[in-house]
Write a protein that binds this ligand. Sequence first.
Ligand code: SF4
Length: 184
Amino acid sequence: MTNEPLFNVAHIKLRTAVEGPFARCCIWFQGCLLKCPGCINPELQPLSPSHLCSLSRLTGIIADTRDKFNIEGVTFSGGEPLLQQNLWLLCREIRALGLGIIIFTGFTPEKIPQKIRGHADLVLAGPYIAARHDDSRFLLGSQNKQIIEFSDRYHDQLSYFEMAAHDIMEEVCLGEAEIFFNGN
Ligand code: SF4
């Protein structure tokens, strides 16, 4: 038995160019309470356990990915990453690896926990509102979504999100850059 913090992980892509600026590892967490109509990942809404990964295991995966795929940072998506109680601890470990952190959340900016504010670089905040759907910005989904900088790490990269969604080429995954879990 471990007393380590556990994270409810649905899926990990080890290297991607379409989840934020630069090459990134992206982690999708399982569970979201908002149930936005038109959610792009409805299968990630149930709060049921998916793959429960310890802090050390996730940190190890990310460290190996940094060395193997030369990533610049990590993106958290979901589901709702901020439902993971100890997410700030994972952020702290990732920053210690020299990597940047981008978080997609349905939380509005004022609901972002203080510990996350101190450990993330960029947060794309707000629920998806179908009536305000926005194809003019990449990855942001709807016009209400706000880009919040908690450091200046990505300040010169914000134009990444100004690309029109339809201008982005679909990413072809070659398999090696994905993790499918076998047990925990
Ligand atoms: S916050 Fe995101 S994951 Fe949650 S229901 Fe809304 S669109 Fe889906």
